[in-house]
Write a protein that binds this ligand. Structure first.
Ligand code: NAD
Ligand code: DAU
Length: 331
């Protein structure tokens, strides 16, 4: 089977490339990634010489290139996206281009070349915020940030390509990812690396916003289950039940890194900040998937990884990594 993984140089995309190569000896993976600020080929060092793996630098919104790449592909898994909510508030355009028009270009190619399965990696944020209970796959979309709205746009296109053209699409809505190789702009890696640098951590508003967390390998296993057993035209929520308020996560990290609450900087809240995400993943669990890494194990592995891989995140935080990997990888 030949799989196109888009955004495979990013956080979860690179974990997925490594996961599939490790678990499927006969697989071939093509990684199409634009290498935005979030794409980093260092994440893929251990597989870069694997004969089953090929990297192509390019934009999923480039219709001509996508047509060329998809020609001999069996399955598309679309991880590529602009992903950071704060960046979408400052500058939404790239989000609309990649998350909506990029999805369109991939779906058009899937339509032309009889792709066997197209999996859209999406987010629980499309449902908006929920104070009580959980979102199901049938909950209406109520996106509150330009990021969430762009992802919702891509997801709606997926649904329409299934209904109108019969393209074998599956859409997934996951809760928040965490683990090694996450770009240090998201809550957990930003806070770990700030604390390791003896800097303060910026907690937005009252810190009582709740997110549900999934460790990298559990998300990879969920996508694997959906690839093997997921039904075409269906939507699957990916959730763990690990719901934790931001301030609690902050305190866990302070303790692990040996800091006290004087390292907290209470800053102005994010505009349109969603209060709580929680999703019902009963449907996915019926495929035989369940999370295997609890939050405590995952956070220990994550903190240990950032402690042991200073060079990776220091290069990113200093801005030096762009120059480094242009030279290293000639891209
Ligand atoms: P990331 O920001 O770490 O990486 C995104 C990758 O996509 C980068 O390698 C980047 O270079 C690439 N990319 C961006 N625009 C591109 C384009 N136009 N063409 C080709 N490549 C492009 O991403 P992540 O946080 O690992 O998220 C992966 C996917 O999962 C996204 O679709 C995101 O919406 C979704 N998601 C993320 C989370 C989360 O907590 N991070 C949760 C649920 C769903
Ligand atoms: O729910 C899935 C989504 O999770 C994904 O679709 C997004 O791609 C991903 O970025 C993430 O969005 P969040 O906004 O939940 O993640 P972020 O790490 O930016 O923030 C997590 C929570 O922490 C949120 O309530 C905002 C808060 N926060 C974040 C940062 C970066 C802070 O309090 N301070 C910060 O500096």
């Amino acid at each position: 089977m030949k799989i196109l993984i888009t955004g495979g140089a990013g956080f979860m995309g690179s974990n997925a490339v490594k996961y599939f190569l490790k678990n499927y000896p006969d697989i071939q993976i093509v990684n199409l990634d634009k290498l935005t600020y979030a794409g980093n080929l260092e994440n893929l060092k251990e597989v870069e010489n694997d004969f089953r793996y090929k990297f192509i630098k390019g934009d999923i919104a480039d219709e001509k290139l996508v047509d060329e790449v998809v020609k001999d592909i069996d399955v598309i898994i679309n991880y590529a996206a602009e992903t950071h909510v704060d960046r979408s508030i400052l500058d939404p355009k790239a989000f609309i281009t990649t998350d909506v028009l990029g999805t369109y270009a991939l779906l058009e190619a899937a339509r032309k070349y009889n792709i066997k399965k197209y999996i859209q990696i999406s987010t629980d944020e499309v449902f908006g915020s929920i104070n009580n209970g959980k979102f199901t796959e049938e909950s209406p979309f109520e996106p509150n940030s330009p990021y969430a709205a762009s992802k919702a746009g891509g997801d709606h296109l997926c649904r329409s390509y299934f209904k109108t053209y019969g393209i074998p699409v599956i859409v997934t809505h996951s809760c928040n990812f965490f683990g090694p190789y996450q770009y240090p702009e998201k809550l957990i890696p930003l806070f770990i690396t700030n604390l390791l640098e003896n800097k303060k951590v910026p907690v937005y508003g009252d810190g009582q916003q709740v997110r549900e967390w999934i460790f990298t390998e559990d998300h990879c296993r969920a996508i694997d289950a959906i690839l093997q057993k997921g039904e075409i035209g269906e939507v699957y929520n990916i959730g763990t039940g690990n719901e934790i308020p931001n301030i609690e996560i902050t305190k866990i990290l302070l303790k692990k890194i040996g800091k006290d609450e004087s390292s907290i900087d209470h800053v102005k809240d994010r505009p349109g900040h969603d209060r709580r995400y929680a999703i019902d993943s009963t449907k996915l669990r019926k495929l035989g998937w369940q999370p295997e890494v609890n939050f405590e194990q995952g956070i220990k592995q994550t903190v240990d990884w950032y402690e042991q891989n200073e060079q990776w995140w220091k290069r990113i935080k200093s801005g030096e990594y762009l120059e480094y990997y242009k030279k290293q990888y000639q891209v």
